[in-house]
Design a protein around this ligand. Structure first.
Ligand SMILES: [Zn+2]
Length: 180
């Protein structure tokens, strides 16, 4: 988690999107020159069934992993593309081609059968929640973009299963709502 936050900080600098707290944390230095992280032997297989597409926002990173591994039962067996603004980049004509080319590359290379797209409220890519005027307007807009992203993928890959989720950060945690 701490290591991931360091990665997010780099993205924040690249995109000039500064999230509260992201760039202020002191991270412990990694002093050793080598490290080994044990993995499940299952992940040595050459393909996986699922591709996950999310925003980079550090506030949701840990919850995303928990949701994917524990609630959806993926147990680490998924490819993961994370870009600032997530779904916005799939539906925005200015960025759509390059992002879509990466997504389709994974679909073809790893024989992906299912894509899970997770968007979130208060996304910096959209200008945050305040850009929408109301919570209802934000919900409608983001749900519509999620469905557009699914439609784009299904037009290219008709047999692909595409699951959509919208997540919300509250005091009690991150809520995941399926978008149908
Ligand atoms: Zn975001």
């Amino acid at each position: 988690m701490k290591y991931f936050s360091k990665i997010v900080c780099i993205f924040c600098l690249m995109t000039t999107v500064i999230y509260p707290g992201c760039s202020k944390k002191e991270l412990p230095l990694f002093k050793d020159s080598k490290a080994v992280i044990p993995i499940d032997k299952e992940v040595e297989r050459s393909d996986c069934d699922t591709l996950v597409f999310t925003c980079i926002d550090y506030r949701f990173a840990f919850a995303n992993q928990e949701f994917l591994n524990e609630k959806l039962g993926l147990n680490g067996n998924y490819d993961h593309i994370s870009v600032p603004g997530s779904i916005l980049n799939l539906v925005n004509p200015a960025t759509q081609d390059i992002v879509f080319s990466k997504v389709t590359g994974f679909i073809n290379f790893h024989l992906i059968k299912r894509v899970v797209i997770i968007g979130h409220r208060d996304c910096g890519g959209y200008g945050g929640s305040s850009a929408f005027g109301s919570k209802v307007a934000e919900l409608v807009y983001l749900s519509t973009d999620l469905k557009k992203a699914r439609q784009i993928l299904i037009e290219k890959y008709p047999t692909l299963e595409v699951d959509l989720y919208l997540e919300t950060l509250t005091r009690e945690g991150v809520h995941f709502d399926k978008v149908k």
